[in-house]
Design a binder for this molecule. Structure first.
Ligand code: PLP
Length: 339
């Protein structure tokens, strides 16, 4: 009896072009290009492999007309990996540390939830009971000081697809195109970053494509230039000694009101943990210390949850003037609460 034909309508991993792609893949899995070994056995440093990855990138650049100032990167971790990689890398682009998320289905909802771990997330329209539409763009209240606007171009679970590119008025636009990548032309220049798990339209599970505008991966280079223009590592060391010295000095002069549990010889210049009133801290006093600091515009002074107390992080970009504000506040707090 003739075997019944199987037709795969899966949402991903999904059908690959047959027989062309699968037959060729089968051949290369047995013997890659006459090398006598399988593609699966090949070193990821071999020139053959470099050629494959470069050709793949080049093909994608051609097919989507990816401009020169965009990098194409192949990563692991799936589309879901990008739910955290995107905010980790981009939510700090602006001091607001916030991002607008257009939630139109399961995948953008998951991405928004993940991003909440890294900064403030505005779901820019009220939560919908059912995902059956894209709310009218005139109802979106986009925040101009957001670091980026995020949307899922095609919601795989609910079957909702954007047939337009959101206008973000200059704010960096990020899109999850996992399930409609390369299903139509797209103007890449409108985006800061596009990502797509490959297992739907462009391959099999295990690879995620990221197309990212170069300036968004050069924050580190900008910071390094800033360090260079400000005297390099030597100057940073002098500043950091001075800044941390100001805080440790107050701790040492406070007759135990402030106590740092770390031995003097190995006290960090970057992160200064300390307790108030007792060696293990007084929760009520520490809360009022944090509240008072916050009223003066000093945030993120709460100690790590595994340690408690207070922690002042004095990285390179924290200025002497910033530390003077903290030092003055610590002196005041000491005078008011030492008894
Ligand atoms: N985004 C969309 C639109 C998806 O359809 C999926 C998975 O189906 C994901 C993200 C998650 O991708 P992964 O399973 O590669 O983590």
């Amino acid at each position: 009896m003739e075997k019944k034909q199987t037709i795969n309508f899966g949402a991903g991993p999904a059908k690959l072009p047959q027989p062309q792609v699968l037959l060729q893949a089968q051949k290369e899995l047995l013997d890659y290009n006459g090398t006598g070994i399988s593609l699966l056995e090949m070193s990821h440093r071999a020139s053959d492999f470099t050629r494959i990855i470069n050709t793949t990138g080049q093909l994608l650049r051609e097919l989507l007309n990816v401009p020169e100032n965009y990098r194409i990167i192949f990563l692991q971790g799936g589309g879901s990996g990008q739910f955290s990689a995107v905010p980790l890398n981009l939510i700090g682009l602006k001091p607001s540390r916030c991002a607008d998320y257009l939630v139109t289905g399961t995948w953008s909802a998951k991405a928004a939830k993940e991003a909440e771990k890294f900064g403030k997330v505005n779901v820019i329209h009220p939560k919908m009971d059912t995902y059956t539409k894209i709310p009218e763009s005139s109802t979106w209240s986009l925040n101009p000081s957001a670091s980026y606007v995020y949307y899922c171009c095609n919601e795989t679970v609910h079957g909702i697809e954007f047939n337009f590119i959101p206008d973000t008025k200059g704010v960096v636009l990020v899109s999850d195109m996992s399930s409609n990548f390369l299903s139509r032309p797209i103007d890449v220049s409108k985006f800061g970053l596009i990502f797509a798990g490959a297992q739907k339209n462009v391959g099999c599970a295990g690879v995620t494509v990221v197309i990212v505008r170069e300036d968004l991966i050069y924050i580190m280079s900008l910071v390094l230039e800033w360090v260079k223009n400000n005297g390099g590592a030597d100057a940073m060391e002098n500043l950091n000694k001075k800044k941390s010295g100001m805080i440790y000095d107050i701790i040492n002069r406070s007759d135990g009101f402030y106590s740092c549990p770390v031995e003097e010889t190995c006290r960090s210049r970057m992160n200064i943990p300390f307790f108030i009133k007792t060696n293990t801290g007084d929760e009520t006093l520490e809360k009022s210390f944090l509240d008072g600091a916050s009223k003066l515009g000093m945030i993120s002074l709460k100690g790590h949850r595994s340690v408690g107390g207070i922690r002042a992080s004095l990285y390179n970009a924290v200025t002497i003037e910033d530390v003077e504000v903290l030092a003055a506040y610590m002196e005041d707090f000491y005078r008011n609460f030492r008894l």
